[in-house]
Design a protein around this ligand. Sequence first.
Ligand SMILES: Cc1cc2nc3c(=O)[nH]c(=O)nc-3n(C[C@H](O)[C@H](O)[C@H](O)COP(=O)(O)OP(=O)(O)OC[C@H]3O[C@@H](n4cnc5c(N)ncnc54)[C@H](O)[C@@H]3O)c2cc1C
Length: 462
Amino acid sequence: MQSTPRINLAICGGGPGGLALAVVLNKYCNDVHIDLYEAASQFTEIGAGISVWKRTWFIMQTLGLDVPLGKMAVQFPVDEPRPGFVYRKSDQEESGYSFNSMIIPYGSITLHRADMLKVFTDNLPPSLAFQAHFSKRLVSYEQGLDVVTLYFSDETSAQADVLVGADGVKSATRATMYRNLADIAQDSSVGLVNHLKKFIHASWSGTYAYRALVDTETLLRACPGHQAATTSMMYSGKDKHVVSYPISRGSLVNIVAFVTIPGSDGKELDGPAVIDVAKEEMIDQYKGWEPEVQILLNCVVKPSRWAIFHIRGLTTYVDGRVALLGDSAHAMTTHLGAGAGQAIEDACVLGRILAQPLVTKTNLSSAMKIYDSIRRPLGNAMVERSRASGFLYEFNELPRYIDRGKVRAGSKEELEKLGKEIYKKWEVHWSALPDKEWKAAEVMLRDALNPSSHDKSIKASL
Ligand SMILES: Cc1cc2nc3c(=O)[nH]c(=O)nc-3n(C[C@H](O)[C@H](O)[C@H](O)COP(=O)(O)OP(=O)(O)OC[C@H]3O[C@@H](n4cnc5c(N)ncnc54)[C@H](O)[C@@H]3O)c2cc1C
C-alpha cells in the first residue's frame, strides 16, 4: 500500500457483496484503502444454505477461491453435466411426479453461507489496506465536491472519496440516494418525483418464505432413501413451492418453503419482515401435499418466516461518488438462486474498475457510471427473470405456446412443457461467462478516461 492511497473507499455492509468487493480489490490492486462499515458486531450470515451457478463459480475461480470453497460443497464443482433441480408436482395427497430434471454444467453448487463467508473473510486485503468497523450502522450520507461524508446511528461520521452501499435490501445508501434524487427532481415532473421515491424502500413481492435446516440423518431415519437428502428438489404446487437442497458436504438439508398471496406483489406488508414461527404454521400451509413433502417438513425443528422483497427497475445504481451494489441495487425474489451471485458479479465489475490506475479521485464519478451502464441492465433483468420464474413454479403463468387444444391443462404433458420453459429461465446462469462484462467495461473505461484514446477519437472525428 502506497503511503497516500490512490482512492479511499468506504464500503457499507459486509455481506457477500461488500466482502466480495474487498476481495476483488485485494486481487487487482494495492493502492486503494478500504474502510468497511458493518452494522452487526461481526461478519455474520443469516440463514443457512446458498446455491451458486457456473457464472459465479467462474468468478470464484478467477479470484482463487474455488478450491477452499469447493471443498465445502456437497461435491467438488467441476465443469461437467450434473443434476440441477428436480421439479415435482406435489400439491396433491398421492405421490407426485417429476416434470423437469435439470442437467446443467456444474450442477447445483450448494453451500453453507457460513462457509462462503469464511472464504471471503480469509481473503480480505492486509490490514494496511483494509479496516473493518463493526456496529456501524449507516443512517445517511452527504456528497461534497470531492468527498462523501457518512453518518452513522451512533452519531459518529466518516469521510471517503467514494461510498459503495452494499447494505442489503433495506439499504440506507439507496434510501439516501433516492431521497436526494427525488429532491433534485422537484422542479421537473411530479411523476418523476413519485417514481424516484418508489425506490427509497424495497417492495414486498407478495411471497413469504419459511426457512429451516434439517439434519440429513434425521430425514433418512424418518424416510430411508428420501431423495431430498442427496438431490436439489423443487416441490411445486398452486401458489406455493418448497425448495430443498443438501449443504455442508451433505450433512444438512436446507429448506425454503414459499407461500404466495396472489395479488399482493407491491402491496404494503402487514406484519414483521422476519419472524420465528411454530413449525405447525409452516406444515399447515402444505396440508394435502404429497407424502414426500410432509415427511421433509415434519423433520423441521424451528422455522423462521421471511417476507421476500424486491426492487424492480432501479433507474440508476450510481449517483456521483456513491454506488449501490448487490441487494441494495437489485434485491430479488430467490427463485433463480441468483441474488448473491449478482452481488458478486457487481463486485467483480466495480472492483476491477476501481482497481484501474487510470481511475483517480477526480474522475471517479465518470468511472462509476460505466459500472452502472454495464451492471444495471443485467441486475434489473435478473429481478424480472426471477419473478417470472416464481410464476412458473407455482403454476401461475403457463407458457403461451402450450396449445390447450392439444395438451390437457394440468396434465403431465403440459407440466413437461412447463419444465422446458423453466429450464430456459435457468440458462442465464451458464449461457455466457461474466468476463464479457468486464471486457466491455475495460474498453469503455479506456475510452472515457484515457487522454490519448480521447485524443485519438477526437482526431478520428475531425
Ligand atoms: C430465503 C432466501 C434464499 C436465498 N437463496 C439464495 C441462493 O440460493 N443463491 C443466491 O445467490 N442468493 C440467494 N438469496 C439472496 C442472497 O441472500 C442475497 O442476494 C445476498 O445476501 C445479497 O448480498 P448483499 O451483500 O448485497 O446483501 P446482504 O447479504 O443483505 O448483506 C448486507 C450487509 O450489510 C449490513 N448492513 C445492512 N444495513 C446496514 C447499514 N445501514 N449500515 C451498515 N451495514 C449495514 C448487514 O448487516 C449485512 O451484513 C436468498 C435470499 C433469501 C432471503
